[in-house]
Design a protein around this ligand. Structure first.
Ligand code: HEC
Ligand code: HEC
Ligand code: HEC
Ligand code: HEC
Ligand code: HEC
Ligand code: HEC
Ligand code: HEC
Ligand code: HEC
Length: 448
């Protein structure tokens, strides 16, 4: 008798699994792209940042043309493009290789042009292409997964378009080999310099620009970089001080994720797992191009110490918030906020956002003020200190730690205020649904 019950979960699984696949498929079939494609529509400019999903050829010029014809007409139409192309290795390749014309990357038919994604470049540069796509197996963050990462963020689908267009610009690194060697010169020398990275790697949650240029390495680059020979590959002996790519793409390897231990800095990590020890060894090896190894290992242990300290402060703040949550003192409560796309106010899983939920690192804009204080501490102060320690900028470590201390104090003080205001006053239903409606929420629903 009993054994027959075994079929019930199996039957449920047999129905649920295909339904799950069907749902994911359905959710991706909207006007936008990714998991929330049904909740937003693309801006015209997205065609250039995510051509696979959105690019449609211009049709104003009709005909098929040879490479020389493209160059000739475009000398008048877009002279800058042609002049850059003439400077590039593509217009004058070494060793009698064939010239790489406009048509090799964009196609011959002007009504069916395409914008070259890594796959197109990969037809000739398979080494770089394969390294770039292989990066996916290291998980997030990664250049080759960057685009889906941004578009699958709930707040990307939920915020006003003008606010999130920039996400796609930076995260387009996944679909554009011209992120680091800009079109149409496509120079390796350009990509070796730190400027190639800082268009995206700067600003509060990832101050790589700021911390690198404060460091000795960055200062040496500023003082002497113009005299270095940038035609040389990024390997031992060729450069007196490292640039971003020297450290993160050593020996020209086209991926940035294989050595990452602390990654974005948003999660506590154990740096002593065997996998992380191997990564650390690779780092020490790399510093060893110019420094003594024990000295380098010691520098990197300072980074671990900084992380430990930061996490002790973050956990303390989380504990305060968790207490408030269990006392039902966080207002508006999760149920009273405008839900993110794919959520509903009645959903079973609805929680106050404390810490790293579902990878939606920056989905903290519709929360209670005290959660927002925590967010500032976790996302900005913590990451400021992290990148200071990772890149050798002591001033950012100091400032990040001081800001975390101040935030922690504010969080504790406000928790006490909420408590003394009393549970009765902040009863779950007294605030009603003011957050569920309103101009911002409705405007976004209509305009995404
Ligand atoms: C007779 C002149 C002429 C020739 C030949 C020509 N183009 Fe163009 N091309 C244009 C003009 C004009 C535009 C701008 C069209 C527009 O904005 O509607 C353009 C636009 C483009 C664009 C930009 C498309 C976009 O969506 O932004 C690309 C890429 C391009 N051409 C590539 C090529 C390639 C590759 C060839 C050769 C196969 C070629 N062109 C031959 C005149 C020409
Ligand atoms: C090695 C490949 C390659 C070659 C060769 C090449 N392009 Fe491009 N082109 C690109 C890439 C990559 C982009 C950026 C696509 C994107 O934004 O997604 C681009 C974009 C463009 C654009 C639109 C953006 C802009 O800056 O205006 C035009 C126009 C264009 N190319 C014309 C040309 C012409 C004309 C030639 C020949 C002189 C040429 N391309 C040769 C790779 C190439
Ligand atoms: C049809 C083949 C072909 C395609 C497609 C192609 N390339 Fe190239 N690429 C070449 C050749 C050939 C050279 C010159 C190599 C040499 O001189 O030894 C080159 C050189 C380069 C260099 C080195 C330049 C330097 O400064 O040393 C870079 C970077 C580059 N290509 C990037 C790209 C990117 C990015 C794309 C796609 C947008 C692309 N290539 C598409 C064939 C191609
Ligand atoms: C066009 C924008 C852009 C440029 C240019 C760019 N990156 Fe990135 N980079 C990103 C984005 C976006 C991510 C995060 C992707 C994600 O969400 O998974 C990232 C992630 C990274 C990571 C994190 C990897 C990890 O596993 O933690 C490193 C390291 C990195 N980039 C280094 C560089 C270096 C070095 C350069 C210059 C040679 C560079 N990037 C140029 C946009 C860019
Ligand atoms: C100035 C360029 C830039 C802009 C604009 C930008 N990002 Fe990023 N983003 C990055 C970089 C660089 C990283 C990786 C930083 C690191 O690893 O230290 C990153 C990391 C992320 C991550 C974390 C990846 C992970 O695996 O945890 C997510 C998610 C993300 N971005 C989504 C977004 C969304 C959504 C937006 C728009 C609201 C956005 N980004 C705007 C450059 C940018
Ligand atoms: C994150 C920045 C970045 C991105 C994105 C990027 N490159 Fe590069 N690329 C570099 C750097 C840095 C070098 C110089 C490497 C060295 O010095 O050894 C380089 C060099 C090259 C070279 C010249 C190699 C040589 O030995 O001369 C080629 C070809 C190339 N890249 C192709 C590509 C292709 C194809 C893509 C897209 C799949 C791509 N790159 C995307 C940073 C980048
Ligand atoms: C001296 C080598 C060095 C230089 C130069 C350097 N970094 Fe880093 N970077 C590191 C180290 C070490 C870490 C921490 C790695 C870890 O433990 O995860 C790090 C962390 C990062 C991270 C977080 C992801 C990760 O891999 O852990 C990003 C993104 C990043 N650096 C980007 C940059 C950019 C952009 C530049 C140039 C403006 C730059 N770095 C210059 C050594 C360097
Ligand atoms: C390409 C050479 C090169 C590489 C690789 C390199 N450095 Fe440096 N670094 C230098 C030079 C040159 C200086 C300035 C001279 C000095 O202080 O030793 C310096 C200075 C420093 C300083 C400041 C030293 C002080 O006493 O104030 C620190 C910290 C540092 N490096 C850490 C690292 C770490 C950690 C790595 C590996 C992740 C690394 N470096 C990789 C060349 C390099």
């Amino acid at each position: 008798m009993r054994t027959s019950y075994v079929w019930i979960p199996l039957l449920i699984a047999a129905i649920a699994v295909p339904l799950g696949f069907y749902y994911v498929d359905w959710s991706k079939s909207g006007e936008g792209a990714g998991l929330y494609s049904r909740d937003w529509s693309p801006e015209a400019i997205f065609a250039y940042w995510n051509p696979d999903e959105f690019y449609k050829s211009v049709e104003s010029v009709v005909g098929e043309f040879s490479g020389e014809q493209c160059v000739e007409c475009h000398q008048a139409v877009t002279p800058g493009v042609v002049n850059d192309w003439r400077k590039s290795g593509h217009s004058k390749p070494a060793n009698n290789q064939a010239v790489v014309y406009c048509s090799d990357c964009h196609g011959n038919n002007h009504e069916d042009l395409h914008l070259p994604t890594p796959d197109v470049c990969g037809t000739c540069h398979n080494v770089q292409h394969d390294q770039f796509t292989d990066e996916k197996r290291y998980g997030f963050p990664s250049h080759s997964l960057a685009l889906e990462r941004a578009m699958d963020a709930k707040h990307f689908a939920d915020k006003p378009k003008a606010e999130v267009t920039a996400c796609v610009q930076c995260h387009s690194v996944a679909s554009k080999c011209d992120s680091c060697h800009t079109r149409h010169v496509f120079s390796a020398a350009e990509a070796r310099r730190p400027e190639a990275c800082i268009t995206c790697h700067s600003g509060p949650p990832h101050p790589d620009d700021e911390t690198y240029f404060h460091s000795k390495h960055g200062q040496l680059y500023l003082a002497e970089g113009e005299n270095w020979d940038w035609s040389k590959p990024l390997s031992k002996g060729n450069y007196p001080a490292p640039t971003c790519a020297y450290c993160h793409m050593d020996n020209g390897k086209h991926q940035v994720a294989d050595k990452a231990i602390w990654k974005f800095g948003l999660k506590q990590v154990n740096p002593l797992t065997s996998g992380n020890q191997i990564r650390r060894k690779q780092w020490v090896e790399l510093c060893g191009d110019c420094h003594e190894k024990d000295w380098s290992a010691e520098q990197l242990r300072q980074l671990d110490a900084e992380r430990k300290l930061s996490w002790s402060k973050l956990y303390e703040a989380e504990a305060v918030l968790k207490d408030l949550r269990s006392e039902k003192l966080m207002q508006p409560s999760a149920k009273q906020r405008p839900p993110y796309p794919g959520d509903s106010p009645d959903a079973f899983l609805q929680y106050q956002r404390i810490g790293f939920f579902e990878g939606q690192a920056s989905a903290f804009y519709n929360v209670s003020p005290i959660e927002r204080d925590y967010f500032e501490m976790w996302y900005f102060d913590n990451l400021k200190s992290y990148k200071g320690a990772a890149h050798g900028d002591a001033s950012f470590v100091d400032e990040g730690q001081a800001a975390m201390d101040a935030s922690l104090e504010t969080i504790k003080r406000n928790a006490e205020r909420l408590r003394s205001a009393g549970e009765g006053k902040l009863d779950k239903d007294t605030e009603g649904n003011i957050w569920l409606e309103g101009e911002y929420t409705e405007y976004n629903r209509d305009h995404n």
